[in-house]
Ligand binder design. Structure first.
Ligand code: PLP
Length: 342
């Protein structure tokens, strides 16, 4: 094992995937971005293993990537079609691609350009991201017969009433399956039982990133050096305020380490609390996501490309080259050197 590694307990992870499929009948796995840390090809393969023949991707650019992973079923593109994208235009005539459309003008353009295109019409929700107004459902269905309606709710719970109302408006305009996102399993099953059409539930995070106990991120300790107070170290030649140890670990900006997505205030407060607990050690250094000897350690300087420098003050920390540090990193923004199945 070397570099920055995702260790995955494959068997229990797959049990979780199976349980999720049972909780969401009509499940459509979502594979997008970095493949939730596993890679798009891997998620395509897992979708095949689940026996599912429909998969959703974020963008037209991801269609080829899930096909490269061996997926041959129907692929729903979640980003709505817009004019002027040659790849999106080409996919309109691909019989295994379902295009999301979120404006009447785009629907009209597609109806002329590719009248047999398979489309989902997205209805605007309280997310206010994409979608036709609910009052436009009848007009939309008159322009092109949709294969289904798309309803993408905010992550906040308690959206069943909104989902129900929008679904009924859409189904009243044209009876076609409703494709939902971000309802709880209970809400989804309630709505599924009520509606006179089939429903599909698109799930990414709760599917792939559920069962967090089945994975662990670790980084190889690549070097360790004694350093003294006042000795210049690192790219930026900063001088530590105490004697201690410089520990070089795998994982840097090239992996997405040290480039965190904006945090919610709650998490920020939590981080400040961690810093407040270790004031002497911090000495203005940023807390790193690497744990060594049971403690989160501080960066000696901001990480650079493939490795990070950590400063551990005091006595020898007892780590050796080849040991592994555990890392907390966001799966959706981290790229790993290796995925190791344990
Ligand atoms: C990304 C996306 C999803 C999946 O989101 P998760 O929060 O990862 O489950 C579902 N629906 C739509 C429309 C999306 O864009």
């Amino acid at each position: 094992m070397s570099g920055l590694v995702l260790e995955l307990q494959t068997a229990p992870w797959r049990e979780h995937l199976q349980r999720t499929l049972v909780r969401y009948p009509g499940l459509v796995p979502v594979a997008k971005g970095n493949g939730y840390g596993f890679g798009l090809a891997r998620l395509a393969d897992e979708t095949n293993r689940l026996g599912l023949v429909t998969l959703a991707v974020g963008t037209v650019f991801e269609v080829e990537k899930v096909r490269a992973g061996g997926f041959t079923g129907d692929i729903v593109v979640l980003t709505p079609w817009r004019p002027g994208n040659p790849l999106a235009d080409a996919l309109l005539t691909d019989s295994h691609v379902i295009t999301t459309v979120s404006r009447l003008d785009d629907l009209t353009a597609i109806s002329m350009q590719a009248p047999h295109a398979r489309v989902l019409i997205e209805v605007l929700t309280s997310m206010r991201r994409h979608g036709i107004a609910p009052g436009q459902c009848k007009d939309a269905a008159a322009i092109m017969t949709p294969e289904g309606w798309s309803i993408h709710l905010p992550l906040e719970p308690g959206r069943l009433d909104e989902a129900r109302e929008l679904s009924l408006t859409a189904v009243d305009a044209h009876a076609a399956p409703v494709w939902l996102s971000h309802l709880s399993a209970d809400e989804y099953r309630t709505l599924n039982a009520e509606l006179p059409v089939d429903t599909r539930m698109r799930v990414g995070t709760k599917l792939w990133l559920g069962a967090p106990e089945t994975r662990r991120i670790t980084a190889e300790v690549q070097d360790i050096h004694a350093v003294h107070r006042g000795m210049a170290i690192g790219y930026h030649q900063r001088k530590p305020l105490r004697d201690g140890w410089l520990v070089v670990v795998a994982g840097g900006t090239a992996h997405g380490i040290g480039l965190e997505a904006p945090k919610s205030p709650k998490t920020l407060k939590h981080r400040l609390r961690i810093l407040a607990k270790a004031p002497g050690e911090a000495a203005g250094l940023p807390l790193s996501p690497f744990t060594i000897g049971g403690k989160k350690r501080f960066f000696a300087e901001p990480p650079h490309m493939q490795a990070s420098l950590l400063f551990l003050p005091g006595a020898h920390p007892g780590v050796r080259v080849g040991d592994r540090a555990t890392v907390t990193a966001r799966m959706t923004t981290t790229s790993f050197d290796e995925l190791i199945e344990v």
